[in-house]
Every structure is written in structure tokens, then in C-alpha cells.
Design a protein around this ligand. Structure first.
Ligand SMILES: Nc1nc2c(ncn2[C@@H]2O[C@H](COP(=O)(O)OP(=O)(O)OP(=O)(O)O)[C@@H](O)[C@H]2O)c(=O)[nH]1
Ligand SMILES: [Mg+2]
Length: 450
């Protein structure tokens, strides 16, 4: 990608504010700066300046900050103009900058240039967007750790261990008369078991990080009138869903977000599952089934008055086997059953509670936390994305294949090839081997000016 052109954008959020910042990066920056400010300014020193129009009238005044390549965010010459935060004045200033030889930046283009100029790797670049998008304090501080390189360093460490394994095997094959000896040797076993352990811990931490970022989607499903909407309202502590004694009240899919230990949990209320001739309700049931198929976790809500412990079995037909299901018996305030948690014959967790009286809700939230596998004691979580987890999983699978090739078939070449593939998969995380279209997709989800 040719980076000879100069880009500019408003970097502050749109609307009115105390300060509005325009960022400029690229080869024309210095020349734009001279024409706009009337003189050259020193690097890395805030200078109070008038920002001048073509006819020498003043568009705005404020601080100008110049960074000389390569010591800048993008690695190129950059200029920041910190003027007044009004949409009109910023627009006038941006137009002037464009007229002086810049073009409008694409979303994420400043950070993309930083990545292409090796100022940060891809996982760090993604962390920049994740800090901006963070929905919770825990997500923001984990994203900050990723930006500081905590995640990338772990990936690079895995890469080094894989290289070490490859070199060890290659030299052992070269120098050993008895290949089998070294395959059974302690040294090789140790390298492999260290690698397995490293993959395990980094995947666990990345999982925690992706939970912090993306959270978990929990769908409330069950027969009409079981109390799904009441449970949504109780969990979200808001009167979101209409609750009535009429079976078939909810038709739309309703969403609320709550936080458990700083993790986002998306709770989805759905229409009660039943055969119906009402076309609106039919559509509701269709949407409910779709939501169920997309869930990370289903809470199957049953009315404790009319449900025997096995009653839910027929409802399970509407839930894909891959989606974990927890059974919630609601309305124990009516039946007098004890609030509590048990396990069903088929090994599912059963929670008894009263949504209406908010009794037993803590059991449910505790259970959800356990289901997410989130460890709030872990302070070193770095933010990760689903694509990172995918790459880690693929890489680990290649390593395991390679080990089988080596230990069972003594196939050194196949082993080396699998290790190469394992390393390539890891490189997708840090961006050394990431396809261009994926890069485009990642950066286009950034804000303009970042
Ligand atoms: N006593 C008691 N009543 C409850 C409880 N939970 C829900 N109800 C009542 O049960 C009725 C149905 O509750 P909803 O929350 O609308 O049930 P739903 O599963 O969303 O029903 P649909 O939207 O029709 O599928 C309402 O009259 C609620 O007040 C509970 O824990 N105890
Ligand atoms: Mg409802």
C-alpha cells in the first residue's frame, strides 16, 4: 500500500465541545503546517497559533502540535490542530487543510499507517479500537494491557517456543543415528509439555478477554406465561418487557444488557413457544427459535406450578444440542418450593426461583458467571477478540497434528510442515500473516480520525 498521500480528519467526536482536534499525517504535513500557521513550528512543542485561511483571515486559533517522522503515532510527519470544538469551525478548518494538499482519512487509517510502519502490531491496533469501544472499566483496562503489548508478547513467546521445538527436532534428526532415541527423550517431552501448557494458559486468558469484550448472549425461552419477561425485568432491574397474565404477551425479541463482574451479558426475552394460529404470535415464535439458535446459553423458564421435573424435555427439541441449557423453575412463591439449585437426571442445572419477588436471582447470576468461566480474581487479562481465539485454536490443532506425525510416524517433514502452519496461524494475530481483506475489515470498523 502506497502511503505517499497525506490524510486528515477530525479526531474528536462530532457535536459541540470545548476543544476540537484535527489530525494530519503524511508527507505534505510540514508544508500544510507552514501555510496554515504562517511559520514553521518546532516538533513536540505545543504552540499557540492562528489557523489562517487562504486570504489570510483567521479561521480559528488554538494549539498546534507537530511530530516529526518517525517519532509520531503513525510513524509519518503529523500535525494536530487543537481548536474550538464546534462542527462549523472544524469543518471550515478541515476544508482548508484538504485544500492545502491532504485528503480525507478513511476510518482507522491513522492506526492502519501506524501498523504498516511497525509502530504497533495488529493485536495492539485492535486494542486501540477496543479501548474506545469499551463498555466497562474492566474491558477498558484489559484493552489497555493489550495495547501495551501484553497479548502480543505472549504470542511472540509461543512463536519462539515453536521455533525452538523445530530447531531441536531438526538438529536431533541430523545428529542422531537412532532417531527413536531422541523421540523418547526427556528433553523433547519437556519442550512439548511446556508448549502445551503455554497454549492452554494463553487460550484461557484470551477467552476471558473475549468475554470482557463481547460478553455472553443468554436467551430466555419457554412456554407462554412461564415468567420469561418477568425474569428479564428482574435481571435488568428495569421495566423493559410487558408482563401480563395473558399467555402470549411477548411477540418481539427484547434485548437488555447487564453486567456481571464487569462483563457484558446480553439477555434476550422471547415469545413463549407454542403452536398458534395467531400470525403475529407465529412470527414471534419463529424469531424466538432464531434467537435460541444463536444463543451462548439458554435459560429454559418453566412455571413451577404446572411443570414436573421432566416436562421440559419436549421443549428441548427446539434448542440445538450445541447450545447449553439451564432449567429455571419460576414462581416458587406460589408453590412454596424452596429456592435452590439442583441437577437433573440428564445432568442439567436446575434453578428454582421467583422472578416476581426477585428471590433466588443471585443463584442464577452466580450460575451464569460460572458458565462464562470468568475469573474475576485474574488481574492480568488482556482484551482479545473471537478471531484471536480462532487463530489460537487452529495453531494448537496444527501443533497437535505435528506431534502425532513426529511421535507416531517419525514423519519429520510432515511435523515441520505442521509447525509452520501453527506459526502462520499465530502470525495472523499479530498481523505478520494476515490477509489484506481481513486487515481492511478490521480497520474499517474504527472511527474516522483514529
Ligand atoms: N407469583 C408469581 N407470578 C409470576 C412470577 N413470574 C411471573 N409471574 C406472573 O406470571 C404471568 C406471566 O408472566 P410473564 O413474565 O409475562 O411471562 P412470559 O413467560 O413472559 O409470558 P409470554 O410473554 O406470554 O410468553 C404474569 O402475571 C406475572 O406476573 C413469579 O415469580 N411469581
Ligand atoms: Mg413475555
Amino acid at each position: 500500500m502506497a502511503n505517499n498521500d497525506t490524510i486528515a480528519a477530525v479526531a474528536t467526536a462530532s457535536g459541540r465541545g470545548g476543544i476540537g482536534i484535527i489530525r494530519i499525517s503524511g508527507t505534505n504535513t510540514k508544508q500544510i503546517s507552514q501555510q496554515l500557521l504562517g511559520s514553521e513550528i518546532p516538533a513536540r512543542q505545543a504552540c499557540f497559533k492562528l489557523f489562517k485561511a487562504n486570504d489570510n483571515s483567521t479561521i480559528d486559533s488554538g494549539l498546534a502540535l507537530y511530530f516529526k517522522s518517525p517519532a509520531s503515532y503513525t510513524g509519518e510527519d503529523t500535525l494536530e490542530l487543537q481548536g474550538h470544538g464546534g462542527p462549523v469551525v472544524l469543518d471550515m478548518l478541515l476544508k482548508r487543510v484538504l485544500a492545502l494538499g491532504a485528503r480525507l482519512a478513511e476510518p482507522g487509517e491513522f492506526t492502519q499507517r501506524a501498523f504498516l510502519n511497525n509502530k504497533l502490531d495488529l493485536a495492539q491496533a485492535e486494542a486501540v479500537a477496543d479501548i474506545i469501544d469499551a463498555g466497562t472499566a474492566a474491558a477498558a483496562s484489559s484493552a489497555q494491557r493489550s495495547l501495551q503489548g501484553a497479548f502480543s508478547e505472549r504470542i511472540n513467546d509461543l512463536q519462539r517456543q515453536l521455533t525452538h521445538l523445530r530447531l531441536y527436532v531438526e538438529s536431533a534428526i541430523d545428529f542422531s543415528d537412532e532417531d527413536i532415541d531422541f523421540l523418547a527423550g526427556e528433553e523433547l517431552q519437556k519442550i512439548i509439555s511446556n508448549l502445551q501448557q503455554a497454549f492452554k494458559t494463553i487460550t484461557e486468558t484470551a477467552k476471558q478477554g473475549s468475554l470482557l469484550r463481547d460478553g455472553m448472549t443468554v436467551v430466555l425461552a419457554g412456554k407462554p406465561n412461564a415468567g420469561k419477561s418477568s425474569l428479564l425485568n428482574a435481571l435488568s432491574q428495569r421495566d423493559t418487557a410487558i408482563v401480563t397474565a395473558v399467555a402470549g404477551t411477548t411477540r418481539d425479541v427484547l434485548k437488555e444488557q447487564i453486567q456481571l463482574d464487569g462483563m457484558p451479558v446480553h439477555i434476550i426475552d422471547t415469545a413463549g413457544l407454542r403452536e398458534t394460529s395467531d400470525i403475529i404470535e407465529q412470527e414471534g415464535v419463529k424469531r424466538a427459535k432464531h434467537a435460541i439458535s444463536q444463543a451462548d446459553q439458554v435459560l429454559l423458564v418453566m412455571d413451577d406450578q404446572e411443570s414436573s421435573a421432566d416436562d421440559y424435555l419436549s421443549l428441548l427439541n427446539d434448542i440445538p444440542a450445541s447450545v447449553p441449557v439451564t432449567i429455571v423453575f419460576n414462581k416458587v412463591d406460589i408453590t412454596g418450593t424452596q429456592v435452590g439449585e439442583t441437577t437433573s437426571k440428564d445432568g442439567r442445572t436446575i434453578i428454582r426461583l421467583s422472578a416476581k419477588h426477585k428471590d433466588g436471582l443471585n443463584l442464577l447470576t452466580q450460575h451464569l458467571k460460572e458458565r462464562m468461566g470468568f475469573n474475576s480474581e485474574e488481574k492480568n487479562v488482556f482484551l482479545a477478540r473471537r478471531r484471536h481465539l480462532d487463530a489460537l485454536t487452529r495453531s494448537h490443532a496444527f501443533l497437535n497434528d505435528g506431534i502425532v506425525q513426529l511421535l507416531h510416524y517419525q514423519a519429520g517433514e510432515m511435523f515441520a510442515e505442521d509447525l509452520r502452519l501453527a506459526q502462520n496461524a499465530l502470525s495472523e494475530i499479530t498481523g505478520k500473516m494476515t490477509p489484506d481483506d481481513l486487515l481492511g475489515e478490521i480497520f474499517s470498523s474504527f472511527c474516522i480520525g483514529k
